[in-house]
Write a protein that binds this ligand. Structure first.
Ligand code: FMN
Length: 185
């Protein structure tokens, strides 16, 4: 698969790291794009920075010279993790002014998988209406809401309760997080 992972300036850089750790860059084409604010939040939240597989390709936010900027060569799946309310709103309203926004716009119009992992609390009516619009347009809204029922023992395991669901929706088989009643079946 051609995969595009977009990282924005929402809290939850660990989600992006854990997701990237679980995607085999030998098996898939892994592409990355960062919003300008993503770097600031990564610096706040990941003391050692984001660790990338050297085979993953990072694209310039301000350049449209990437395949997925065009509907003729869209990514198979785009994940925005974590996703700010700003980016979510801009996508919902059709802005395509940088590579991240344009790629999301392309994913929607080409009916490709677009998975947004929004992080904010509480949500305003504007946030929820924008999510409604995106859902109606075909996106998957998969909030950064970790679960506790499998008793995660670390921040990483907690983040994996979200990351496992993201991988499920990308169509990547995984056993990142334990599944409910799995052991008993
Ligand atoms: C440490 C930090 C954490 C932030 N967390 C969030 C967040 O969880 N959700 C959100 O929507 N914005 C958050 N913001 C604000 C966004 O970074 C800001 O609105 C920025 O303009 C978003 O730009 P982007 O969508 O291009 O990344 C945070 C900012 C900082 C510095």
């Amino acid at each position: 698969m051609r995969i595009l992972i977009a990282i924005t300036g929402a809290s939850g850089a660990l989600y992006a790291q854990r997701l990237l750790d679980r995607i085999d860059a030998g098996q898939h084409e892994v592409n990355l794009v960062f919003s300008s604010y993503a770097h600031q939040v990564i610096a706040e939240e990941l003391p050692d920075g984001l660790k990338l597989d050297p085979r993953a390709q990072t694209h310039n936010l301000k350049s449209m010279n990437a395949p997925f900027a065009s509907g003729s060569n869209a990514a198979d799946v785009m994940v925005i993790i974590p996703c700010t309310m700003g980016t979510l709103g801009r996508i919902a309203h059709g802005h395509g002014s940088d590579l991240l926004l344009r790629s999301a716009d392309v994913a929607l119009k080409e009916k490709k998988k677009l998975i947004l992992v929004p992080r904010e609390t509480p949500f305003s009516l504007i946030h929820l209406k924008n999510m409604e619009l995106l859902l109606l347009a075909g996106a998957t809204i998969l909030p950064a809401n970790p679960s506790f029922y499998m008793k995660p023992k670390s921040l990483e395991e907690l983040a994996d309760t979200v990351v496992g669901r993201v991988l499920d929706h990308m169509g990547i088989p995984n056993s990142v997080a334990p599944r409910w009643k799995e052991a008993e079946e």
